[in-house]
Every structure is written in C-alpha cells, then in structure tokens.
Design a protein around this ligand. Sequence first.
Ligand SMILES: Cc1cc2nc3c(=O)[nH]c(=O)nc-3n(C[C@H](O)[C@H](O)[C@H](O)COP(=O)(O)OP(=O)(O)OC[C@H]3O[C@@H](n4cnc5c(N)ncnc54)[C@H](O)[C@@H]3O)c2cc1C
Length: 310
Amino acid sequence: MTDMIVIAETKEGAVSLVTSELVSAAIVLGGNPTVIVPGVNDTAATSGAKISGVSKVIACVGEQFSNYDAAAWASAIDACAPAGVIICAATQNGKDLASRLAARRAVSVVQDVVAIDEGVLTSPIYSGKAMQNVSLHGDAVVSIRANTFSPSSDGGNAEISVMNQSADLKTAVREMIAKASERLDVAEADIIISGGRGMQDPANFAHLERVADTLGAAVGASRAAVDAWEEISHSMQVGQTGKTVNPSLYIAVGISGAIQHLAGMRTSKYIVAINKDAEAPIFQHADYGIVATWQDALPILESELKALLG
Ligand SMILES: Cc1cc2nc3c(=O)[nH]c(=O)nc-3n(C[C@H](O)[C@H](O)[C@H](O)COP(=O)(O)OP(=O)(O)OC[C@H]3O[C@@H](n4cnc5c(N)ncnc54)[C@H](O)[C@@H]3O)c2cc1C
C-alpha cells in the first residue's frame, strides 16, 4: 500500500490546525501518515506528534525554513520525505510547494481537493465552474483545502526523528511588515463575514468587525474593496486572485457575486448574502438572501446575534 506523508504547516512554534485536518484526509485516503514538520528547529514537531492517527513524525530541520523559498523548501522536504502520496494544505505556500515536490518526483499533482470519496478526489477547475474527479494510482502530491476534513483530535504520541537538511535559498524575504489586522485568517476561519464595494467606505468595515466579534468570525473582502481602500488588506481578499476559503458560514455584504469572487468561496457550506439589489448574482448562490442595505440589515443582525449568543 502507498504510504501517506503529510507536510505540516506551522505557526508560532507549533503545527497549525490544518495539519490535523490533513492527517484526517490521509487516513481517509489510505492510512496513518508520516508527518514532516519543516522548521529551523524541531520545536513544532512535538505538537505534530500529539495528533492522533500519526504514525511517525520527521522534523525536517534547516536554516532555509526561516524564510519561505519554494525551491529551497521543496529540495529539503523532498530529501526528508519517504516515497508515497504527499499531502499539503491548499494554502498559497502549500500549493506552491505541492507543485515543486510533484515536479521533483515526476509525479502528478492534484490541487485544492475539496472531497475524497472511496479514493476519488474532487477538486474545482475553471475557477470553480466545474468539478473534476481524480483517482490516484501510485505516488502523487495532493493539496487539500482547509476546513474540508474535521481535524484529527489530540491524544497521539508518535515517535519523532530529526533530519538536518540544508538547502540553498534562492530568494529571501528581507523584511516582514506586520499585518494590519491580527484577526483570524480567512483561509482558516470557520465563519467569515466579507464586505465589498457596497460597504462604501473602509471605516464601515467596523460594522462587519462587530458582527465578526459576536460570531468568532474572520473578516474578508472582495477585490473591489481591497483595490479601492488601502485600509483593507490584501490578506483579506477572497477569490480567484485572493484566498480560497471553505467555511461553514460565509456572509457576503455589499458584494455582487462576480465569478472571480465566487471562485474563492462557493464551496462554503452556507452562504448568506446581504445586498440592496435583488438582481445581484450573489443571490443565485446564496442559501439565505437579505435584500436590504447593510445600513438596515447589519445592526439588526448584530443585535439578534448578541441576544442569541449572549
Ligand atoms: C483576473 C481577475 C481576477 C479577479 N479576482 C478577484 C478576486 O480574487 N476576488 C474578488 O472579489 N474579485 C476579483 N475580481 C474582480 C471581480 O470581477 C469583481 O470586480 C469584484 O468581485 C467586485 O467586487 P464587489 O462585489 O465588492 O463590487 P461590485 O461588483 O461593485 O458590487 C457591489 C455590490 O454592493 C451592492 N451594494 C451597494 N450599496 C449597498 C448597500 N448600501 N447595502 C448593500 N449592498 C449594497 C451593490 O448592489 C452591488 O451588488 C477579479 C477580476 C479579474 C478580471
């Protein structure tokens, strides 16, 4: 049977939640995975070993992991990972890495998988206008969209081995500018409320933030909002040229529903749209639609949610 290998995503010295989701995906796909935890040291490997269902953890340690450089990361991870099906998160870096690893190993890559059913992988194509089903035969590299699988619980106690693996950085990030917002990242959030050009002014995103705080949600944006207002960071952009999200609940406020926006959020489990134009295309994809201005709808939504959730 083909081995499963999960490439962990890490944050602040621990593996991110999406890594536990990838472990669940690996088990559905074929078996208990080996988890590769890249890092400048082996600190994050400890949290990877605690995920239940993990058979083994390899801390892939090297200076190159201080900066993201696709070529250097792929070279080092390729050397640390055994043969098999490699599973990455379908984040921006994860998809980049998946392609590099597949090219290095001369195997196929399936990006942005949103379902696995009896070994058949489903992923969107043509900006989400169609879905393709793919079967794997032998080794491959797969990236899986966040929130597709429930995270495997804690409780594991996998053995950790450390491999030192250096690789030359071809590019290096000289400076990291702190994100404008320390809010939850839309790519990982289970609930997202996004604003579009219909919010009319970046200051009005405060109304979205208040609803987000009540729901424990992340705040996203359309490209029109990101392009129009520098206060709205590109890291919030959902869509074809922004982030792909897969929350349980996506609330689109003042967003028309252009195909490029839908490409990033149409697999959300429930979509709620608030738009003053009853003909806005977003309503064709929404499970619940409110035809109203946000000025009318958001204060009511906020107070009703507060009453409900306390
Ligand atoms: C190559 C390419 C890539 C792209 N990538 C992306 C992407 O990643 N993400 C993305 O979002 N877009 C992307 N776009 C842009 C996309 O085509 C749309 O232009 C964009 O999504 C429109 O954003 P919007 O819905 O906020 O604005 P608009 O289309 O201007 O819609 C604003 C909406 O707000 C409503 N409205 C106005 N006032 C109110 C009010 N007071 N209350 C309630 N509703 C109100 C209006 O009825 C309207 O439906 C891309 C385009 C191209 C060509």
